[in-house]
Design a protein around this ligand. Structure first.
Ligand code: FAD
Ligand code: NAD
Length: 401
């Protein structure tokens, strides 16, 4: 009997999970061996992380054990950290286990924070948008309140929170923080006026490129809850206890949250695959240029919007669709067929603003407040339904009301 091809998927985020889901449906165990490698034995919802990070949602609600949603009889689930991809040898080096050889590889290891050369980000800010990163930030926020309470002469910067970047991550996080702060003030007997919350943005507007009316809605709402925006003010350095702006202004803050965009996981550049800010400009069928057996999806990939001639922003929406397409294309290749091209279907963009508030567009229609949040939660639930069926949606889903 001919040797079965080995498909190795790296990363169990949106892209990796959807690839594995597709392959386990389409390929019998007699056709291929499928392996999924992930740092943890759970899949987490990156798109929800602003909530556990601020402490408005328990982190367990934002994760699910991989074995509960994939079939371990069909997908070999390996908990390990990928250290290196060797495309010439067709091998993956793991931190703990033995190297893996592959016939087809799917790289879906997500992204890390982009600093754009700003010094001190990795050393002095909270920049890890991972489940562990969210847990650490939540603890730090609570610690700051406890510390402030327990000092003879508390410092203002203990309760000053700076969010770098008014993109969607920064805006969604500050929205949650504004909801959490009144609760923490009560819990730690801290007057509300002692807490300062800044969002600092380099561009001439928050959420650059997004609908101006929706941007205004979000900013007004957040300002009303006590957020101070500093727009058109790039941060040039982060030091312990402060951020320094390009115009020389300094803001003292013992908690700096970095959200100025992402770059592809360093595994990509280490592998010598041609990339732009760690993201591979993939072929139309999602393969890496010149590598017939390597698919790159999600935040590690870069695809161009033909209408605007600009890259699509890296989103879960695209990562999931790419995962499904990568699974289909690998199935086709194993069955002796050909690959087909990926075309994203952009359904809209919705951002939560804390509490019952959200805003965004769905099929070009603007939405505000509770109805926007309803749509956002419905879309979260639709993903869970796709991934793990009704039982996952009922156990981990959002209450849309
Ligand atoms: P991820 O989902 O990040 O998954 C990567 C996986 O790889 C993780 O499980 C990680 O543990 C694993 N991994 C990483 N390195 C290694 C390694 N060395 N070895 C083994 N495993 C590894 N997008 C939207 O479309 N809608 C939204 O509402 C939205 N909200 C967001 C909110 C926040 C707070 C953030 C931070 C992002 C949001 N995004 C949203 C963007 C979206 O989360 C990402 O685009 C998406 O997660 C990318 O999917 P991915 O599969 O490429 O990576
Ligand atoms: P982003 O690129 O969307 O926004 C980063 C912001 O930081 C930009 O406005 C940029 O001008 C600003 N910035 C850059 N350098 C700066 C500096 N030195 N000082 C101050 N500001 C600076 O990145 P993000 O918000 O991290 O989001 C990452 C990706 O995830 C994006 O593709 C985004 O669309 C997606 N996302 C989507 C949602 C949603 O759909 N609800 C939520 C979060 C993230």
């Amino acid at each position: 009997m001919a040797r079965k091809p080995h498909v190795v998927i790296l990363g169990a985020g949106y892209g990796g999970m959807m690839t594995a889901n597709q392959l386990q449906k389409k390929l019998g165990t007699d056709r291929a061996n499928i392996t999924l490698v992930n740092k943890h034995d759970y899949h987490y919802q990156t798109t929800w992380l602003h909530e556990p990070a601020a402490g408005t949602l328990h982190h367990d609600n934002a994760r699910v054990e991989i074995r509960k949603v994939l079939n371990p009889g069909k997908v070999n689930i390996v908990k390990d950290t990928v250290e290196q991809v060797k495309t010439e040898e067709k091998q993956v080096v793991l931190k703990n286990g033995e190297d893996l050889s592959y016939d087809y590889l799917v790289i879906a290891v997500g992204s890390i924070a982009e600093t754009f050369g700003v010094e001190g980000v990795y050393e002095h800010s909270y920049h890890k948008w991972t489940l562990d990163g969210a847990r650490e930030l939540k603890d730090k926020i609570e610690f700051q309140f406890a510390k402030h309470r327990n000092q003879e002469n508390p410092e203002e910067e203990d309760l000053t929170f700076v969010v770098a970047g008014a993109g969607f991550t920064g805006i969604e996080f500050i929205g949650e923080l504004t909801e959490r702060v009144p609760e923490l003030c009560e819990q730690y007997d801290v007057p509300r006026e002692k807490v300062r919350m800044y969002v600092i943005e380099a561009a001439p507007t928050a959420l650059p490129g997004f609908d101006p009316e929706l941007v205004e809605y979000a900013m007004n709402l957040l300002e009303h809850r006590g957020v101070e925006f500093k727009i058109n003010k790039p941060i040039s350095e982060v030091q312990e206890g402060k951020v320094i702006l390009k115009d020389g202004e300094e803001i003292s803050a013992n908690t700096v949250i970095w959200a100025t965009g992402v770059r592809g996981n360093p595994i990509i550049e280490d592998a010598g695959i041609e990339a732009n800010r760690g993201r591979v400009k993939v072929e139309p069928d999602l393969r890496a240029p010149g590598l017939e057996d390597v698919f790159v999806i999600g935040d590690c990939s870069l695809i161009i919007n033909e209408e605007t001639e600009r890259p699509y922003p890296p989103t879960a929406q695209i990562a999931m669709q790419q995962g499904t397409k990568a699974g289909e294309n690998i199935t086709n290749l194993i069955m002796g067929g050909a690959t087909t091209n990926f075309q994203p279907e952009i359904l809209g963009t919705l951002a939560s603003l804390g509490g019952k508030e959200a805003m965004g567009t769905v099929k070009s229609r603007k939405m505000y407040g509770r109805s926007a949040l309803f749509m956002k939660h419905m879309s979260d639930n639709r993903y869970l339904m796709k991934l793990g069926g009704l039982s996952l949606m009922l156990t981990k889903g959002r209450n849309p009301l």
